[in-house]
Design a binder for this molecule. Structure first.
Ligand SMILES: Nc1ncnc2c1ncn2[C@@H]1O[C@H](COP(=O)(O)OP(=O)(O)OP(=O)(O)O)[C@@H](O)[C@H]1O
Ligand SMILES: [Mg+2]
Length: 365
């Protein structure tokens, strides 16, 4: 998958700008606060319909303006595709090849992307929310069925939680099984897809981690909770767990088991990375997972995704930087950094200098 052109209008600090990307490495460079990450964010937004940094699209609109527009000309194995997003304060309009699409699910899969930024350390250091978010975004990009199941699951879960807060305990106990049947159906899809995803991801992540650490460390990851084999068994197992937790859930007023509570375990050697890994180890583990994600996308969709590396170089030591540059050879990559010449090590790149939300044209950088 390739992004050839990106057009931004009133997006973040961009008034109007057009980027032309090459097939290999694209380096966005410039001083702090100029718009490098904003551009990377726009690419990711078009790929997934989601922003990485915020929950409200409103912040994406250039201050003082009423709407923002992002448009990309891209290519996947089916041919050319044009994707656009018009973002208003309270709504947005997404289009593929000029036709409006109603659901986020229809946006996903046209161009996949993998985003890595220093914030990705949260994947390992933060609570389970962050790891579920990672799985949700990643799996949704290649599986519309997962995305749909997730939306439905969350809706039923909200209703179940609302019910649990009802004072009429007898009525609640009577109604719960009705919700649980539905809940488990969608939960099983989510859990099963996550298992498949982690089974594919783990060996790649381990291999890439060994590559980045010169084989000195071994990274293992796996789902924290196991339910069973196949959707049917998973649904039954969850149904039993839900039943066993009726009293507890009623008391606490929310649903205590299910995919909304599941997590991934990260081990470096014998050590639980969440609790014990150093900054550098955490960074390398997170990067390995992201690079593994690139391979998974290739496997599932037959095409490599666009790789977005935001500010990753300044955080890695020299040998790891060099290895990374070597590893991403041939992948369309959008890499942001403050000094282009310090990260390239002779690699060819399309260098774009950003200054105050504008591309600064210059020769001989
Ligand atoms: N909605 C918005 N309207 C106008 N300006 C915005 C908006 N959102 C963010 N900005 C501005 O964009 C700039 C930040 O851009 P960005 O995060 O892309 O910087 P950067 O080039 O990646 O810098 P760094 O090297 O520090 O990571 C800030 O100056 C911020 O004030
Ligand atoms: Mg930045």
């Amino acid at each position: 998958m390739l992004i050839k052109k990106l057009f931004l209008q009133n997006f973040r600090n961009y008034e109007r700008e057009e980027f032309v990307f090459s097939e290999g490495l694209n380096v966005l460079f410039g001083k702090n606060g100029q718009g490098k990450t904003n551009c990377a964010e726009a690419v990711f937004y078009l790929c997934t319909g989601a922003s990485l940094r915020i929950r409200h699209d409103k912040q994406l609109i250039r201050l003082g303006e009423s709407s923002a527009r992002i448009q990309a000309e891209a290519e996947n194995r089916y041919g050319k595709v044009s994707i656009s997003a018009e973002i208003f304060e309270n709504k947005r309009e997404l289009k593929i090849n000029g036709s409006a699409i109603r659901k986020n699910a229809d946006l996903m899969g046209h161009v996949n992307s993998v985003f890595f930024s220093p914030g990705e350390l949260r994947l390992i250091q933060d609570g389970p929310d962050e790891r579920r978010r990672f799985m949700n975004i990643s799996i949704s990009q290649t599986s519309p069925a997962y995305y749909t199941a997730l939306l439905r699951y969350n809706k039923i879960l909200d209703q179940r939680n609302a019910l649990l807060k009802d004072k009429d305990g007898a009525m609640v106990l009577e109604t719960l099984p009705v919700w649980d049947e539905q809940l488990c159906k969608y939960a099983a899809v989510i859990i099963q897809k996550r298992v498949e995803f982690l089974e594919k991801l783990a060996p790649y992540a381990q291999e890439l981690h060994a590559y980045l650490t010169d084989g000195k460390e071994k990274l293992t990851l796996a789902a924290t909770r196991k339910y069973g084999e196949g959707e049917e068994e998973i649904a039954q197992a969850l149904l039993r767990r839900l039943k066993n937790n009726y009293e507890n859930d009623l008391y606490r007023g929310f649903t205590s088991v299910g995919p909304h509570r599941d997590d991934i375990d990260f081990f470096i050697g014998e050590m639980d990375a969440k609790a014990y890994a150093s900054q550098g180890q955490t960074r390398t583990a997170a990067l390995s997972v992201k690079l593994a994600e690139v391979e998974i996308f290739k496997q599932l969709s037959g095409e490599y995704p666009v790789l977005i590396l935001d500010d990753v170089m300044s955080e890695l030591d020299l040998p790891r930087r060099k290895k990374l540059v070597k590893k991403i050879e041939g992948l369309q990559t959008i890499l942001t950094c403050t000094h282009a010449e310090r990260v390239l090590y002779g690699a060819d790149a399309n260098k774009i200098r950003i200054e105050g939300g504008k591309i600064k044209q210059e020769k001989g950088v």
